[in-house]
Design a protein around this ligand. Structure first.
Ligand code: NAD
Length: 472
C-alpha cells in the first residue's frame, strides 16, 4: 500500500520517466528509475521466457541426468517458459536467467560463469531476474572450492549493480543436503515480481523435511489456515504486511498501540482480521497476546494449517548523535525494536504456540546493519534483531519452526518522510534500483518467509533495499 502524501512520493522519479524530464535526465546522464514490475493477481510468473544455464566443473547437486533440469522443471511447474535462448525472436527479451552453479568448484568456473552469463544479460527485459544457485562456501570440500563458492557472491552483487531497467540479481546458496525441494520456494520468489526490491542478496537454503519441490502448484493459497500476528500494523510496512499475508491466505491479528486504534481497525477490517490494541512494550503485553490467540483463535500448535506466523514489525526511531543520546532515547528504541520481540517470542514459545511450521520474522534495517549517523540506538536494536533471529532459529528448529528477518533499506513510509529532503534523495538514488521501495516490497518478502515452501530458509537476514549502496 502506498501513501500519496508528498513525503512518501518520489517526485524526481515521476518527473524523469516521461516527457521533457526524461529527455533532460538522459542528456545529463541522471538516474532514471524504472517502474518496477510488482505482483498483480493473475499475472504470469515472469514477463518473458527464462533461460536456465549450468556451469561448473563438478556435477550439479541436482540429482537429475541433465544438470539444471530440476531447476527448469520447478520453473516450468510454476508456468514459466524455459525455451532455449536461440528460440527467442529477434529482439525478444528474457524474463530471467537462472544459473545452476552448484558444480562450481575450480577457479576457472568463475570465468566460465561470467562468460555464459554475459550474452544472456544482454537479452534481459525490464524487471528481469538473474538468479544464481551455488554451493555454500562453508560446506566446500577444499579451499579452492570455498573461494569459488564465495566468488559467486562477487559476480552476483556486481551484476546487480550493473543491471538497469528494474532488473535484479540474487544468489541462493545450497547448504549440504538441500536440493530442488528446498530451493523451489526461494527460486520462485526471487524470479517473481514479488521480489521487486530484493537485489544483490545472498540467501542460504538449508535441508528441510517434508517439502515437495514446488513442481506442482499448491492447491490453495500458501498461508491458508495460518494465523499471522503483525505488530505495528496500523500503517506503513506493517499494514502492507497484514494485507499481503491475508492475500496469501492467513488470518491476521493486527497489533498496534491504543493511540493508533482507528488506523488499526482500518487495517483489520481491510484484511478481515482481528485488531488487538496493544503497546508491545507494556509489561502485560506477552500475556495479553497469548490470551488473545488462545481465546480467539483456538489451538495453534500446528501442524499444517493451524500454525502461527509472528511478524515483529513495530519499530521507532529517536535519532541523535551518540553524544546527545540520552537514556530515554536508548530505552525507548531498544524497548520497542528489540526487547519487545524477544519478550513476546519467549512467551509464545513458553505457551507452546510456536510449533510445527511456525514462523518468526523480525524486522531489521540496513541502517542497523551498516550503522548510520545519528542512529546508534536504532542501529543497536536492528543489528540486534539480526543476531537474535540467527540464534533463535536453531532453538525453533526442534519444534519445526524457523526464524528469519527482513532488513528494509529506504522504504517510502511516514517514517522515512521525516528524513530531510536531500538525504531522502540520496537514500533513493544510491540504490542499484535508483529508488526507494514500497511497503508492499517488504511485505511480500515477509510473506514469502512465512510460507511452507520457505522451510529451508533459516536464520537469514534478507535485505529489501534495492541493493542500497550502504548496508546492502
Ligand atoms: P511507521 O512509523 O510508519 O510504522 C510503525 C508502526 O509501529 C506504527 O503504526 C506505530 O504505531 C507502531 N508502533 C510503534 N511503537 C509501538 C509499540 N510500542 N507497540 C505497538 N506498535 C507500535 O514505520 P515503517 O516505516 O512502516 O516501519 C516498520 C518497521 O520497518 C519498523 O520496525 C522500522 O524500523 C523498519 N524499517 C523501516 C524502514 C523504512 O525505510 N521505512 C527501513 C528499515 C527498517
Amino acid at each position: 500500500m502506498t501513501s500519496a502524501t508528498s513525503g512518501t512520493r518520489d517526485l524526481y522519479a515521476e518527473a524523469v520517466r516521461t516527457g521533457p524530464g526524461a529527455a533532460l535526465a538522459k542528456r545529463l546522464g541522471l538516474p532514471r528509475p524504472a517502474v518496477l514490475r510488482r505482483h498483480a493477481d493473475g499475472q504470469p510468473l515472469l514477463a518473458g521466457p527464462v533461460l536456465v544455464l549450468t556451469t561448473g566443473s563438478e556435477p550439479s547437486v541436482f540429482s537429475t541426468r541433465e544438470a539444471g533440469g530440476a531447476l527448469a522443471s520447478v520453473l516450468r511447474g510454476a508456468g514459466a517458459d524455459t525455451a532455449p535462448v536461440d528460440s527467442l525472436e529477434a529482439g525478444g527479451r528474457l524474463g530471467a536467467v537462472v544459473v545452476d552453479a552448484t558444480g562450481a568448484a575450480r577457479t576457472g568456473d568463475l570465468a566460465a560463469l561470467g562468460l555464459a552469463l554475459g550474452p544472456a544479460v544482454r537479452r534481459l527485459g525490464p524487471s528481469a531476474r538473474v538468479v544464481v544457485v551455488g554451493p555454500a562456501p562453508a560446506a566446500a570440500g577444499d579451499p579452492e572450492a570455498a573461494a569459488v563458492a564465495q566468488g559467486l557472491e562477487g559476480v552476483v552483487r556486481t551484476v546487480g549493480k550493473e543491471l538497469r531497467a528494474g532488473a535484479t540479481a540474487n544468489l541462493l546458496r545450497l547448504a549440504p543436503g538441500a536440493g530442488a525441494a528446498e530451493v523451489a520456494g526461494p527460486l520462485l520468489f526471487l524470479v517473481s515480481a514479488r521480489s521487486a526490491f530484493v537485489d544483490g542478496q545472498v540467501v542460504e537454503v538449508a535441508a528441510a523435511e517434508g517439502l515437495s519441490g514446488g513442481a506442482t502448484a499448491p492447491a490453495g493459497p500458501p498461508l491458508e489456515g495460518a494465523v499471522a500476528v503483525v505488530t505495528g500494523a496500523a500503517r506503513g510496512i506493517g499494514r502492507a504486511t497484514a494485507q499481503v499475508l491475508a492475500r496469501q491466505g492467513a488470518r491476521v491479528v493486527a497489533v498496534d498501540v491504543p493511540a493508533a486504534s482507528g488506523d488499526l481497525a482500518a487495517t483489520a477490517n481491510a484484511v478481515r482480521g482481528h485488531a488487538l490494541a496493544l503497546d508491545v512494550t507494556a509489561p502485560d503485553a506477552p500475556r495479553r497476546l497469548v490470551e488473545h490467540l488462545r481465546e480467539r483463535l483456538g489451538d495453534l500448535r500446528g501442524p499444517g494449517d493451524r500454525r502461527l506466523v509472528v511478524v515483529h514489525n513495530a519499530g521507532i526511531t529517536r535519532d541523535r548523535l551518540l553524544v546527545n543520546l540520552d537514556a530515554a532515547r536508548w530505552d525507548a528504541v531498544l524497548g520497542v525494536n528489540l526487547a519487545a520481540p524477544l519478550r513476546l517470542t519467549a512467551a509464545l514459545l513458553d505457551a507452546g504456540l510456536l510449533g510445527e511450521g511456525a514462523r518468526v520474522v523480525g524486522v531489521s534495517s540496513t541502517s542497523g546493519l551498516a550503522g548510520n549517523r545519528g542512529q546508534a540506538n536504532y542501529a543497536a536494536s536492528k543489528a540486534g534483531v539480526a543476531g537474535w533471529v540467527r540464534a533463535l532459529d536453531p532453538q525453533l528448529a526442534a519444534a519445526g519452526a524457523t526464524a528469519n528477518a527482513v532488513a528494509p533499506g529506504f522504504v517510502e513510509t511516514e517514517m522515512t518522510a521525516r528524513i530531510p529532503p536531500l538525504l531522502r534523495q540520496l537514500g533513493r538514488r544510491t540504490a542499484s534500483l535508483q529508488q526507494g521501495g514500497r511497503p508492499v516490497d517488504v511485505a511480500e518478502t515477509v510473506a514469502w518467509l512465512a510460507e511452507p515452501a520457505s522451510a529451508g530458509v533459516r536464520g537469514q537476514v534478507v535485505r529489501v533495499c534495492g541493493q542500497a549502496l550502504v548496508g546492502a
